[in-house]
Design a protein around this ligand. Structure first.
Ligand code: NAG
Ligand code: NAG
Ligand code: NAG
Ligand code: NAG
Ligand code: NAG
Ligand code: NAG
Ligand code: NAG
Length: 515
């Protein structure tokens, strides 16, 4: 066998069609296995992309238009327990965090128009229902909170003419407006009639009018939003899947000083461009946040149903008072303290400042200015979204935001003369989803677990089969070459008896194939 020469092997191969066929099949199988190993991932990507595109009528579209999820919003209100002392004795406000007051939500997109250019236009419709059994109390619990319309008006009048401030003081006197109001939680959220807003509606010229005469922090959010939203479907470019193209006809915000800060190129947080890596920065746009919120990878997570994903959260310097946030302070300096985001320009100039709950990631002096708020804990007060990276679907989310009022002291208005400069926390809320429904979860599990298994099975299966066939063919080849050489060297007499069947089968094959 050692003497087998290459030419002899080739000769055997030439004379043996069956072996040739087996060898060719083996090589093809091996190649297929290798191709599978290399390109299977790409095929899966293409398949996922194809399935994800929001085409009217597809399953993804139905899920997007009427998400089969049970979102909720939990509200925690800071009840002021020492309003009189705070105003008269200059003590720190003592706050009592009440809650949660839980509302279940139903999300829907209505009046969806396919623009035929890779975008869809629609309106959001959100319906909120109070859940008394999940809440700490009924939503008609009375709470004492700063009078936001009044303190907005007084803070804004800081730079106005003095006589205007005096006029304001007498109007507030007549209307008996006080710096703190006692309202129910439901009123604070969904709206109560405010005498100042009512007055403004009657006297202010039409162009400058506030759109409402009621005041509520979630006012107008229950129901169909009047905003027309245009979103990329992914049909033209998967990298823009779920990203807003326009919000209310605008393709960027008008408020900030740079193009980048004015961008609205983010998603609503429920879907993201697929194939997310740990290095990616996701972006969420929210109208009330008034900017894009960047999200960075925090850690790997596994949902309760066993789907693996990545947790994304805003970087720690997202609201920092630093160079890269300068564009959000067009009127400054001075700018908002670190950890606060000034949304005044998006909120009819009222001095509303957003932060994370309990002033998480904010200047510690903000927390020290009040009593009754526990120090922030990342796990409880951080905003995060868990995404399934291949599909870009949010599996679990907590959008946590605290609403604060930045009050400026105005001594000419006697009602608020003793109200110091302070960032007054009003409430915080978390909006989110806990778990996707089973039908979506099982699909996600399949989509993540099946492709690697299928790829391994196909690649290894084909390669192993190929290798086995090659081994078989080579063994046959060597044996038959060896037989031939033995025949030639030693003649018929000493030749090892060949396997009885081989020649006849060979002949049969030759005959068959000649036919
Ligand atoms: C909120 O605080 C006020 C006192 O300032 C108190 O009368 C009221 O009962 C508190 N509300 C709740 C729901 O505890
Ligand atoms: C204000 O402080 C004074 C003394 O510091 C105290 O006597 C008074 O009771 C306080 N007023 C209130 C409303 O607590
Ligand atoms: C639905 O959209 C179309 C086109 O954008 C618009 O003309 C129509 O007024 C909308 N209907 C509602 C109820 O918003
Ligand atoms: C697609 O069409 C809509 C409606 O005509 C338009 O608002 C939008 O800007 C277009 N988008 C692109 C990317 O062309
Ligand atoms: C929201 O609106 C629906 C009907 O439009 C109503 O049943 C529900 O009570 C409202 N929710 C709140 C919190 O006001
Ligand atoms: C992620 O970023 C790091 C540092 O910027 C880089 O070294 C790494 O190669 C990146 N990984 C991927 C998958 O892009
Ligand atoms: C918030 O923004 C408004 C509008 O740009 C500005 O007038 C105000 O001074 C800002 N407030 C703070 C505390 O920076």
């Amino acid at each position: 066998m050692v003497h087998l020469s290459f030419s002899r092997v080739m000769e055997t191969l030439r004379s043996n069609r069956k072996l040739r066929f087996v060898l060719a099949t083996a090589v093809i199988l091996l190649l297929l296995g290798i191709i599978c190993a290399i390109f299977f991932g790409t095929w899966v990507r293409l398949f996922i992309d194809h399935e994800l595109v929001l085409r009217p009528g597809s399953m993804t579209f139905e899920w997007w238009a009427r998400p089969p999820v049970r979102p909720f919003v939990r509200v925690y209100v800071y009840n002021v327990t020492n309003a009189d002392e705070f105003l008269n004795n200059g003590s720190k406000p003592i706050l009592d965090e009440l809650g949660p007051y839980v509302y279940s939500e139903e999300w829907e997109k209505v009046n969806i128009t396919d623009n035929e250019n890779g975008t869809l236009s629609f309106h959001y419709r959100r319906t909120y229902t109070f859940q008394p059994e999940l809440s700490a109390g009924p939503d008609d619990d009375a709470v004492v909170v700063p009078n936001i319309p009044m303190l907005s008006a007084t803070s804004q009048s800081k730079h106005a003419a003095r006589f205007l401030r005096l006029a304001m003081a007498s109007i507030m006197d007549i209307l008996k407006i006080k710096p703190f109001v006692e309202v129910s939680v439901g009123q604070l959220l969904w709206g109560y009639e405010d005498p100042l807003l009512k007055l403004a509606k009657d006297v202010v010229p039409k162009e400058q009018k506030l759109p409402y005469e009621e005041f509520g922090l979630f006012y107008g959010k229950n129901g169909t939003s009047p905003d027309v939203v245009t979103m990329f479907t992914g049909a033209a470019d998967m990298a823009k899947y779920g990203i807003f193209e326009r919000y209310n006809m605008r393709d960027k915000l008008p408020h900030w000083s740079t193009e980048q800060c004015n961008s609205i190129a983010g998603s609503d947080g429920s879907i993201f461009p697929p194939h997310i890596t740990r290095n990616d920065t996701l972006a969420v746009y929210d109208k009330d946040l008034c900017r894009l919120l960047p999200l960075k990878y925090l850690r790997d997570v596994e949902s309760a149903a066993g789907v693996e994903g990545y947790r994304f959260t805003p970087p720690e310097d997202v609201f920092a008072a630093d160079e890269h946030n300068k564009c959000f302070c067009p009127a400054g300096p001075p700018c908002a303290p670190s950890g606060l985001f000034n949304v005044s320009l998006c909120q009819y100039d009222s001095p509303i400042m957003l932060s994370f709950p309990h002033f998480y990631l904010a200047d510690p002096s903000l927390l020290e200015a009040v009593e009754g708020i526990s120090p922030p804990v990342a796990e409880d007060h951080r905003l995060f979204i868990d995404v399934q990276p291949e599909m870009g679907i949010a599996m679990r989310a907590r959008a946590r935001i605290q609403i604060n009022l930045a009050v400026s002291q105005v001594v000419d208005i006697k009602q608020v003369a003793n109200f110091p400069d302070i960032v007054f926390p009003i409430l915080w809320f978390e909006e989110g989803i806990d778990e996707l429904p089973d039908q979506v979860t099982s699909l996600l599990r399949l989509a993540t677990k099946a492709p690697p298994i299928a790829r391994a099975a196909l690649a290894w299966g084909l390669s192993a089969l190929g290798a086995l066939l090659i081994l078989l063919a080579v063994t046959c080849l060597i044996r038959s070459s060896h037989r031939q050489s033995t025949l030639r060297l030693e003649g018929h007499a000493v030749a090892k008896p060949p396997p009885a069947k081989t020649p006849s089968k060979e002949n049969g094959y030759e005959l068959n194939s000649r036919r």
